[in-house]
Design a protein around this ligand. Structure first.
Ligand SMILES: Cc1cc2nc3c(=O)[nH]c(=O)nc-3n(C[C@H](O)[C@H](O)[C@H](O)COP(=O)(O)OP(=O)(O)OC[C@H]3O[C@@H](n4cnc5c(N)ncnc54)[C@H](O)[C@@H]3O)c2cc1C
Length: 181
């Protein structure tokens, strides 16, 4: 971004568009004719599509994955690589929509997702290294959420209590807040 003429900058610049290669502008033609008959067609070669396609293929299905550009084009090739149980929504909003039992089920799904990634990251016969040669550099470091204001700290405390009430292993650390808002 620093070398870009400010007048040329898009009004809503996105940092990860600058740091990662631009999405390909044109689709790569398939190197061989597409199969005429498959069990599953998966559209989109990001984590969601690749994971669904891999899972179906592991179970013996004939899968065709269609990607409009290159596999690196979506968010999946640009993310921070962090994996943890939880969602991009507060636990209270999840409970509000699905109830406590529903929220527990969502968190169980999320835990299963993390376990699946752990299993893929392992070097066993089903692991990524043995099946693709890709070393995902898995490292279990735990997951820390920080508040940057007194209000945020209060919200985090409420969030931690709710997660504990759903049986999630959570520990609240209090380092004291030096902020005045
Ligand atoms: C900067 C950034 C950091 C992030 N950090 C994290 C993180 O640390 N941890 C985390 O868990 N999540 C993180 N995320 C979120 C995570 O990356 C996304 O939730 C995830 O990659 C979404 O995967 P996806 O497969 O649904 O979508 P995408 O990865 O976007 O893939 C969608 C694919 O579908 C293709 N496509 C779209 N339309 C069509 C069509 N009509 N036909 C064929 N193909 C099509 C696209 O070209 C693309 O390749 C981050 C996201 C960003 C942007």
């Amino acid at each position: 971004m620093q070398n870009v003429d400010p007048a040329q900058r898009p009004r809503h610049a996105v940092a990860w568009h600058e740091d990662a290669p631009n999405p390909s502008s044109a689709a790569t033609p398939p190197s061989e004719p597409l199969p005429t008959s498959v069990d599953w067609i998966v559209i989109g070669g990001g984590f969601s599509g690749l994971s669904a396609a891999r899972r179906a293929a592991e179970r013996g299905a004939r899968v065709l994955l269609l990607e409009k550009g290159e596999l690196r084009d979506g968010a999946s090739s640009r993310n921070g690589g962090m994996v943890h149980v939880g969602f991009g929504a507060s636990t209270s909003s999840i409970i509000k929509i699905f109830g406590a039992d529903g929220a527990r089920e969502w968190f169980d799904l999320s835990r299963a997702g993390v376990r699946r990634i752990q299993q893929l990251a392992a070097a066993g016969p089903e692991g990524l290294i043995s099946s693709t040669g890709i070393d995902p550099s898995w490292s279990e470091t735990g997951h820390l959420e920080l508040a940057r204001s007194a209000r945020g700290a209060a919200d985090l405390q409420g969030e931690a209590e709710l997660r504990a009430s759903l049986g999630l292993p959570v520990r609240l650390l209090n380092f004291g807040c030096k902020c005045n808002h």
